[in-house]
Design a protein around this ligand. Sequence first.
Ligand code: ACO
Ligand code: PYR
Length: 525
Amino acid sequence: MADDRFHVYDTTLRDGAQQEGLNLTVADKLTVARHLDGLGVGFIEGGWPGANPKDTEFFRRARTELDLKHAQLAAFGATRRAGLKAADDPLVAALRESGAPVVTLVAKSHDRHVELALRTTLTENLAMIRDTVSHLRAEGQRVFLDAEHFFDGYKSNPAYALEVVRTAAEAGADVIALCDTNGGMLPDELADVVLAAAGTQARLGIHCHDDTGCAVANTLAAVRAGVTHVQGCANGYGERSGNANLFTVVANLQLKRGFDLVPRESLADMTRIAHAITEVTNVTPNSHQPYVGVSAFAHKAGLHASAIKVDPNLYQHIDPAEVGNDMRMLVSDMAGRASVELKGRELGYTLSPQESRELVERVKVLESQGYTFEAADASFELLLRDTVGGDRRRHFSVESWRVIVERPAGGDVVSEATVKVHAKGERIVATGEGNGPVNALDKAVRQALERLYPELARLELTDFKVRILEGSHGTQAITRVLITSSDDTGEWSTVGVDENIIEASWQALEQAVTYGLLRAGHEGE
Ligand SMILES: CC(=O)SCCNC(=O)CCNC(=O)[C@H](O)C(C)(C)COP(=O)(O)OP(=O)(O)OC[C@H]1O[C@@H](n2cnc3c(N)ncnc32)[C@H](O)[C@@H]1OP(=O)(O)O
Ligand SMILES: CC(=O)C(=O)O
């Protein structure tokens, strides 16, 4: 069970699910809950039982299907309707019957919202809070209260906003989470309001939206001002611009402020967990996300690399391993000798100063022609091998290739490719038919080489991207082709550039096959 003195409260399955385009099934929610529990958060808000069948079902299935090691489940819902008894409100009943040990009630704390949105009196709103909290407490549930629009409410009517906090605490709510619902606050003004709310003596929490890009900063400012309960969402999911990113909040508090929030080994699993959750949500991971993004510790500038060569801490705020991430060197026209030397080391090669100089020059010239090695790791390694070993990658040489694309009268378009290659002392001529010219070339080259290199059967082209580099030349523009290939154990990318799209594709394809053969253990002749 997590430490009760400071709460890490996740609301991915409720507020995170309010993100446009994010739709979770009950099974997805159960999976995300397991990942969050693996991270060691204290509370997982599972949804709003009674508001929709899926959330009700989630709490029903959670009873038997979730075996949480750290976290407690929280059911979210609103205070009773105006004019109704809490015990008679069907939505309050759904919270009671959810089986969740914790209920988080959302309550209005902004006078204008009470009058305009709830269409009731300020006094009745306080009664709704008091009744609902005390009813659920009497039923044996722990109650937290989300004071909706607290900061805007405080600006409008400070005495009323504070009265909401007091009323909830006196009725038995353990934590009053102050919500920046519209996400419009900045850290300094938010901290001042938290300090004012601390005068109520209630235990305070914080729930921030990211509409000013300050949700994490606001959360940290609130902690500094005394809150002991932080809410947020995995990967910063949430309505509009999202919620405070819980991963960033936890990493900041634990690594920069010395809080002991999640087990050290769980923090070191954070990058994996963040990505595992994106697999479930089907939301493309933000590669630039602090701490856990794939680019969070990727270095492109040559000057950075030259300092990192001496000491990685010179250009990194933490050791990436603390959050389960890795440092990566990117090679591009911004590289220097140190960049390629370190990248070489990452790939298992030791480059001499002369080789590094030569390689960096080749990279810069090729990038000026349109190649990109940052996105084509395998092409860079082949270039490196050429540089250090003097063309060590000849598994086959190409005499010629030809592609015919034809649409016979009344028929479908067909492509046919012929390749003439030399490999292991043989001259081989092979043809392939495909639904497009690149597919036909791919089949022809496999047809030519598979007898000599049977491992090629495991190689698969998984992605093919084309980009026009100089649009001003219309159909004569320079084309860049990036191919991603995979085998049983991983994937790699290669690049080709030419005015002719088929030649650019062929370059990327030839390198993809060569690299695949290297991976299969063939050093080449
Ligand atoms: C800031 C936040 O993100 S809070 C979470 C918001 N999340 C959601 O709204 C998602 C789930 N919501 C729903 O499924 C639906 O809105 C329901 C089931 C809750 C309510 O649906 P409906 O009964 O059709 O009402 P509708 O959504 O139109 O209006 C909400 C009602 O709740 C009332 N209400 C709003 N906030 C509160 C509150 N804190 N306490 C009590 N009642 C409230 C409104 O005044 C309105 O009442 P009315 O029916 O008398 O007009
Ligand atoms: C409760 C909540 O999600 C908010 O006020 O933003």
